[in-house]
Write a protein that binds this ligand. Structure first.
Ligand code: GDP
Ligand code: IMO
Ligand code: MG
Length: 422
């Protein structure tokens, strides 16, 4: 009986999970997404191709791996169909390599409308949602009203759909929100038909049988730990458990079947959408990181907020997830700095603390920084760890010591090959 490894983001998302899953896929038989939905945008680059995946696992480009969309994921058929069509064009054999859990919930057009209506009603307190209908879909899941992939195959699917839509219409009238559902429904139902060409499975059986026969599974997370519904900066979070336990509930894999927990983080921090961000840089340094790092959302195109690395937040994410190894992304983006800053502690209501507290509102919590030497040289041509500049090797050691967890990969560019194994 083998174990499933889990790969997840330790910050506010967009750490580079897609790139690393693609790099690691040759070591695995199965790649399985466990939560989130098309709010995610996972970017892969290889052979000059840049591809962004939203719902489909990032192992899809490797000929050998089976890719599973787990029960914890929420699926928008329209976006899903677009993803499939793009992959078919690239010659990917989606029909045999992609399997979908019957227990995964469906995002309806009205979920997206409610997301937009809810955000509009919040005004300046809006979450900054990706407007993909994620929150309303998970609300219907926990409210026990949702529609699932398995429902598509039942005779009364349309009836179930209509019942849910009637409920949504009442919510939309509460918000006084104007919409035209007739414009949205045809594409949704066409996409549902297209989904039927894929295999719907009982993925918990599939995955546990795979483990029993010694197959290797990598569970792919979406978003990041600081966007987790329980442990993130609530209410400025997403609506699922992005942390490691989400892989258990989102795939049906028992906690004692989890092996390595791989935590991905950027050498600095970014956040897209609203909510507190202690180390945010609202100055030209922040702008420089945004431009060099091309920090614009993969899903929405929005400019990402940028800031220095936050060690108390990183330690918190390592603790909640039980991270066994770290991978540091986008080191190349910091190549043009003489010195870097790292947040080691916070000043929290007049007290110096070294952990992430309940409330990270920056009116009460300010970062305390330590300066470290930058490497100030181009990293993108480096191929092995021996070629790393000393200052980068020191930065890696410094973080490892601070968070007491080994860093096993340093990423120095978006391409598959720009990956240094330590
Ligand atoms: P994900 O959501 O965690 O998969 O990350 P995204 O794909 O949303 O955002 C990461 C962005 O950084 C993408 O545009 C990647 O192509 C890019 N990227 C990944 N790793 C590196 C790296 O080491 N250096 C640079 N410069 N870009 C990277
Ligand atoms: P990946 O998987 C970065 C953010 C949104 C918003 C909040 C809630 O690419 O790392 P939602 O649409 O989920 O209701 O939005 O969460 N968010 C992400 N930020 N990367 C993501 O995914 C995100 N998915 C959601 O910007 O602040
Ligand atoms: Mg992303």
């Amino acid at each position: 009986m083998s174990k499933s490894d889990v790969l997840l983001g330790l910050q506010w998302g967009d750490e580079g999970k897609g790139k690393i899953v693609d790099v690691l896929t040759p070591e695995y038989d199965i790649i399985a997404r466990f939560q989130g939905g098309p709010n995610a945008g996972h970017t892969l680059e290889f052979n000059g191709i840049k591809h962004v995946l939203h719902t489909i696992p990032s192992g899809i480009f490797h000929p050998t791996a089976q890719n599973i969309v787990g029960n914890g994921v929420v699926i928008d058929p329209v976006i899903f169909k677009k993803e499939i069509d793009a992959l078919l064009k690239l010659g990917v054999d989606v029909k045999t390599k992609l399997l979908i859990s019957k227990r995964a919930h469906l995002i309806l057009p009205t979920h997206r409308l409610i997301d937009a209506a809810s955000e509009a009603s919040k005004g300046k307190n809006k979450i900054g949602s990706t407007l993909k209908g994620i929150g309303p879909t998970y609300m219907d899941k926990t409210g026990r009203n949702g529609l699932r992939i398995g429902d598509i195959e039942t005779k009364d699917f349309k009836e179930k759909y209509n019942t849910l839509v009637e409920k949504h219409k009442q919510i939309l009238s509460f918000y006084n929100y104007e919409y035209n559902l007739q414009e949205l429904e045809p594409a949704w139902f066409e996409s549902i038909e297209a989904l039927k060409s894929l295999q719907f499975i009982e993925s918990e059986h599939f995955l546990n049988n795979a483990l029993a026969s010694g197959k290797k599974i990598l569970a792919e997370g979406a978003q990041g730990s600081l966007l987790d519904i329980d442990f993130g900066s609530y209410p400025f979070v997403t609506s699922s458990n992005t942390v490691c336990s989400g892989a258990c509930s989102g795939l049906g894999i028992a906690p004692n079947r989890i092996g390595n927990v791989i935590g991905i983080f950027k050498a600095y921090c970014t956040r897209v959408g609203s909510g507190p961000f202690p180390t945010e840089l609202n100055d030209e340094t922040g702008e420089k990181i945004r431009q060099i790092g091309r920090e614009f959302g993969s899903t929405t195109g929005r400019a990402r907020r940028t800031g220095w690395l936050d060690l108390p937040a990183l330690k918190y994410a390592i603790m909640i997830n039980g991270v066994t190894e770290l991978m540091m992304m986008k080191a190349d983006v910091l190549s043009d700095f003489d010195t870097l800053k790292v947040c080691t502690h916070y000043n929290y209501n007049g007290q110096v603390i070294d952990f992430l507290p309940y409330d990270i509102d920056t009116r009460y919590l300010t970062p305390i920084y330590q300066e470290v030497k930058g490497w100030n040289c181009d990293l993108t041509k480096i191929t092995k760890k021996e070629e790393m500049p000393q200052a980068l090797a020191d930065y890696v050691k410094y973080i490892e010591n601070a968070v007491k967890t080994p860093i096993t990969i340093v990423s120095i560019g978006p391409d598959r090959t720009q990956t240094i194994k330590l």
